[in-house]
Design a protein around this ligand. Sequence first.
Ligand SMILES: NC(=O)c1ccc[n+]([C@@H]2O[C@H](COP(=O)([O-])OP(=O)(O)OC[C@H]3O[C@@H](n4cnc5c(N)ncnc54)[C@H](O)[C@@H]3O)[C@@H](O)[C@H]2O)c1
Length: 332
Amino acid sequence: MKYFITGAAGFVGYHISKNLLEKKHEVFGYDAVTPYYDIGLKNRRIENLKKYPNFFFEKKNLEDKSALLSSFSKFNPDIVFHLAAQAGVRYSLENPSAYINSNIIGTFNLLEILREIEVKHFLFSSTSSVYGSNDSLPFKENDSSDKQLSIYSSTKKSCESLIHSYSYSYNIPATIFRFFTAYGPWGRPDMAMFIFTKAILEDKEINIYNHGEMARDFTYIDDLIESIFRLSTKIPQLDDKYENDSLSNIAPYRIVNIGNSKKIKLMNMIEAIEKKLNKKSKRNFLPMQIGDVKETLADVSLLKELTSYYPQTSIDEGVGKFIDWYLKYHQV
Ligand SMILES: NC(=O)c1ccc[n+]([C@@H]2O[C@H](COP(=O)([O-])OP(=O)(O)OC[C@H]3O[C@@H](n4cnc5c(N)ncnc54)[C@H](O)[C@@H]3O)[C@@H](O)[C@H]2O)c1
């Protein structure tokens, strides 16, 4: 099969590309290698992928529609994983236009291409933060998601909505994943686990928001990749019959949560890092940041029903694997 992967230089895009290349599929990675975080890390990921003869790569942005169209039509993919985005809740307070450009314009450009060039399945990465001010845990796909708290999550929600109308209007089979805090080797330097690990090793203070009264459903990257690969084979059909389905009743479009279905307190995540590093953190407790949600937890009944699989890696095991990679990568 031929897979077109936007965001292949990113954390999730790198892992899914590698997984597919190892299964001998052809992968076309499309990524602008944006400087939002260390481009050295993104370039290292791409170098690793280029070791596979069945990997092709174009360093261009999604806003460049003619470059996108040219790569897309040349490769003629069966399946599209659209993972490229301006990510990050906090940075969206500083630079909203980066989110409008990459996420909304970028997704629109890709959808316009899909009107002309048919694919078997289009898969898009959304986020648990679209549940916004909804505080009834666990989050279920059909729960209300109308009140986002950050510009990042409202661009993701806008994309979900755009994709639904394209799916309906042009019969494009589409699956939306809502990821719950992914982490693991080759992870993002802007995310808490990475920032805390780095600071503890460097004897610096860590900033703990909402005085530590936060919790996340942390999803280990290998579990997330297995989930999205299995979902790519489950092409939404209007006559599907699943008990927990979030399938649209008018379009081949479905939303699926991908989480570990465990609520891990922020302080427990910090303790897991300290235990693995055998070193205590210097804690700086701060108030809640605008845009953050206090807690997340996924209901993964639909994922289980569709794929007979769900993420189960424990936080201690996952943090251990992340830190092993971190120490090796940074030659600590
Ligand atoms: N990692 C998580 O915990 C998490 C949680 C929820 C949702 N998501 C979503 O999953 C997807 C992948 O996340 P990630 O953690 O791999 O993020 P990432 O930032 O590591 O990867 C995104 C990639 O997209 C590329 N990109 C950004 N804007 C672009 C543009 N305009 N044109 C072309 N390329 C562009 C970047 O260079 C980057 O390599 C994103 O859509 C993100 O919003 C991630």
